[in-house]
Design a protein. Structure first.
Length: 313
């Protein structure tokens, strides 16, 4: 190909609804296969000589480690770019950063603020772009969460997920996942923080319902999940949120209203005694450590899919 030729438009994972149910079925099957091989210490390196650039405009532990370790395990390398170390911090336009980085690497992961930033990057990128968290969505986390549910309980289709607390990027990504994969989300947030039905395709009928009472939202649920009351970027609201969300802590009485075999998930980091009681997150229904580990395996399947296409075992 001549050096200046424009390659075909790449596939991106900017929000959960970018992929079809069939693509998620493929990713879940590949995650299981890749995880099983990894647990048997069998090398699987389809991304040899491939490079991932990771751009972080916000803090991270799980996303950073899982993408870097995953890329290394697949035979490639990952380059970490913190905003303060790049020309982004000195005003270089995101479009120019995208044009340059995507001529040098094979795939890009970005954690940033507004969704519009990652969309502008993707529009000018020659290679696939992955959303590693924006203010609006966290699709890699929900991919791992859905895989974790499937691993423990089988298909999530037709099940009920109770989302208790802030209607944040995790909540909206669960709503997208429900519409794509065919399950239901019960959302309970304080009235002043209520879910916006116009966002995230949340108007899809039959896939979500709002509850004023968090206990009512948990009743009959197959999975109860929550997140911190104050997401990154909203720290100035912390004191007000602690007051406003005081009745939205997931505790043992709430879990008792869910199905007897219901799971508890939290994307972490957690504030025990705020959004969840310690005896729930550290209790027998909690799968949060599997959930965190599965970021690694699910994102390896995602990287394989975006870089290599539809790989069969
Ligand atoms: N859950 C999650 O995205 O964790 P980090 O913020 O540590 O990456």
């Amino acid at each position: 190909m001549p050096v200046s030729a424009t390659p075909p438009a790449p596939k991106h994972f900017l929000q959960f609804s970018d992929f079809s149910r069939e693509e998620f079925d493929h990713l879940i099957a590949r995650t299981r296969w890749i995880k099983d091989r990894f647990k048997r210490y069998e090398l699987y390196q389809p991304l040899r000589d491939r490079t991932l650039a990771m751009v972080f405009e916000k803090a991270s532990t799980r996303t950073r480690v899982s993408f870097e370790a995953g890329m290394n395990q697949l035979g490639g390398i990952a380059i970490n770019l913190n905003r303060g170390d790049t020309q982004l911090s000195r005003g270089e336009p995101i479009e120019d950063v995208a044009r340059v980085i995507s001529r040098m690497v094979d795939v890009v992961m970005i954690r940033t603020f507004e969704q519009s930033i990652i969309e502008r990057f993707a529009m000018h990128s020659r290679v696939p772009v992955i959303n590693g968290l924006t203010n609006e969505y966290h699709p890699c986390q929900i991919l791992a969460d859905v895989y974790t549910y499937v691993e423990h309980r089988g298909s999530i289709r037709g099940k009920t997920v109770a989302w208790i607390g802030d209607a944040n990027n995790m909540c909206y990504t669960w709503l997208q996942a429900a519409a794509v994969l065919g399950f239901k989300v019960h959302v309970s947030s304080p009235a002043a923080y209520a879910v916006d039905p116009g966002r995230a395709g949340a108007t899809a009928p039959g896939h979500w319902a709002a509850f004023a009472d968090p206990a009512a939202a948990c009743r009959g649920a197959d999975l109860v999940t929550t997140d911190v009351w104050t997401s990154m970027g909203f720290e100035s609201e912390n004191d007000a949120r602690k007051r406003d969300f005081a009745n939205w802590m997931v505790d043992a009485p709430m879990m008792a209203l869910a199905k007897p075999d219901a799971l508890f998930m939290h994307c972490l980091p957690v504030h025990r005694g705020e959004e969840v009681a310690a005896d729930v997150i550290d209790g027998p229904q909690s799968v949060v450590w599997d959930e965190a580990e599965n970021r690694l395996h699910a994102q390896k399947a995602l990287l394989e899919y975006l870089v290599c296409g539809h790989v069969s075992p």
